[in-house]
Design a protein around this ligand. Structure first.
Ligand code: NAP
Length: 320
């Protein structure tokens, strides 16, 4: 069931009240929605930009239990959504822009209107981190990308550089070898951070090669990217490397800007929660990558979402 916000809340300032508002529709938000819906709370889930969160831009998910052959990320995201909706969760294609947790019920402004909610679960996730080098912004969409699944197709028969040494860099790098003739991983150390299984797959892949101890100083080109300037961190040697594209996978930044001065967060901007997923404001919970700098797996995010919903249901029951 999809709630048409424009019908129920025409953006003229009218408010919609809900027992539970979930901000974000990744694995954490949709799992929270499933549990709350099964408790007949009819939660409203605000999707933000995408349903499925980062899952929606992941080519294949191989480590979510129950799918031994793996499945495409967007499909898993849709399954999460369908299951939550089956029990009465209302998925709304709208984005929260402002929250006020100082008075009850809590008030959440969106692009299309305003909600009030007795409890709120925040599952806004994290977005890819930028390198911050000259050329990166200018060439975004013209050779610089943060999503192999989205943009890999444009690099058929070409050569690309992947930046980073974690699971994302290697997983996406391996995926890019479907299209690109050559994938060069540029990593700032001589040791990868990624899990052993991905390391082995990448190192064994004949289309992949590695440049170690190296950072990218700038991204250059004309209409599109044509080369990167590299610097070896150990020797200081500078060089130019020709490439058609640069895929950047160097971690994530939590999407917590909206909660500054409202909720406690750590120095990196992750929301601080206790073991019950409670933030420092009673009745406000956080789950998934917005509150998890450590694990960031589909299963751990979904688990946190379920925990937050269970705790929120208990809280609402106690409050009558
Ligand atoms: P990550 O594990 O934090 O790795 C980021 C990588 O980027 C590291 O190798 C890091 O180098 C490098 N890096 C960071 N800042 C940089 C900079 N300014 N310039 C150059 N390199 C930089 O991030 P991730 O790969 O996105 O993974 C995030 C989480 O998601 C992890 O917990 C990961 O296990 C999980 N994940 C899991 C899967 C899976 O299970 N299949 C897939 C994707 C992601 P250093 O190593 O030197 O720090």
């Amino acid at each position: 069931m999809e709630l048409n916000v424009n019908k129920s809340n025409n953006g003229s300032g009218a408010e919609v009240h809900t027992n539970m508002l979930i901000i974000g529709a990744g694995p954490a938000g949709l799992a929270a929605g499933l549990y709350a819906a099964r408790a007949e709370l009819e939660p409203v889930i605000l999707t933000g930009m995408t349903v499925g969160g980062q899952v929606a831009i992941t080519h294949v998910i191989e480590n979510y239990p129950g799918f031994p052959e793996g499945l495409p990320g967007p499909e898993l995201g849709e399954l999460f959504k369908t299951q939550a909706e089956r029990f009465g969760a209302r998925v709304v294609y709208d984005t929260a822009t402002e929250v006020d947790f100082s008075v009850r019920p809590y008030r959440i402004k969106t692009y299309n209107g305003t909600y009030t909610a007795d409890v709120v679960i925040i599952t806004t996730g994290a977005t890819p981190r930028y390198l911050g080098v000259p050329g990166e912004e200018d060439f975004t969409g013209r050779g610089v990308s943060y999503c192999g699944t989205c943009d890999g197709f444009f690099f058929k028969g070409k050569e690309v550089v992947v930046v980073g040494g974690g699971d994302s860099a290697l997983e996406e790098g391996i995926f890019l070898t479907r299209y690109a003739d050559k994938v060069t991983v540029v990593h700032r150390r001589d040791e990868l951070r990624a899990s052993p299984i991905l390391q082995k797959r990448a190192l064994d892949n004949t289309k992949m090669n590695f440049i170690w101890d190296t950072i990218i100083d700038s991204i250059e080109g004309d209409e599109t990217v044509s080369n990167v300037k590299l610097k070896n961190k150990k020797s200081g040697e500078e060089s130019q490397y020709e490439t058609d594209g640069v895929f950047i996978f160097i971690g994530h930044t939590p999407n917590s800007q909206m909660f500054v001065d409202q909720l406690e967060m750590d120095e990196a901007g992750y929301l601080v929660v206790n073991k019950f997923m409670e933030t420092n404001v009673s009745g406000v919970y956080a789950a998934g990558e917005i509150a998890d700098p450590n694990f960031r797996q589909v299963i751990t995010s979904a688990g946190m979402g379920a925990s937050a919903a269970i705790q929120a249901i208990r809280y609402l029951q106690e409050k009558g």
